[in-house]
Design a protein. Structure first.
Length: 148
């Protein structure tokens, strides 16, 4: 769902700022597709990540994965919201399937908000979309599927 900056909750606004701030640290010399991400945990912590490419692409870590990994290394708390910032030709960019599964692993609930910020050529906010996570990964596979 398309929203404006005025529609962001205070925590979402912090995450958007953090995702935009970390994005320049992305390492994407091959694709040029730099992404910054930030997640808030249940205890109020903010965790950031950026994509890191490898020349063969199999070594690439996506920004959302990096963020979830950083959160897990810092705390046992679960994510309550996530934002990412990218310059994308897509009208409504969203995390890839691999990132959706990583978010699923560490989300506090299946309905956490995912805020997608699309930046223009001046790196200003062009569009913002907010998705409830379960819309992005319906009928997801989680611990309950293996009896955990």
């Amino acid at each position: 769902m398309r929203i404006t900056e005025a529609d962001l909750t205070p925590i979402e606004a912090k995450l958007v700022a953090a995702a935009r701030a970390i994005r320049p640290r992305a390492y994407a010399p091959y694709s040029g597709y730099t992404v910054g991400a930030a997640a808030a945990d249940e205890n109020g912590g903010i965790h950031v990540g950026a994509n890191m490419e490898g020349v063969d692409y199999t070594l690439t870590v996506h920004a959302e994965q990096h963020t979830m990994n950083a959160m897990r290394l810092a705390t046992d708390a679960r994510a309550v919201a996530l934002a990412f910032a990218v310059q994308s030709p897509a009208e409504a960019p969203a995390p890839c399937g691999i990132c959706r599964q990583r978010i699923r692993e560490f989300a506090a609930s299946l309905s956490i908000p995912i805020v997608a910020v699309n930046l223009d050529e001046r790196l200003e906010i062009l569009r913002i979309n907010r998705y409830p996570f379960d819309l992005l990964l319906p009928n997801s596979f989680g611990p309950e599927n293996i009896g955990k």
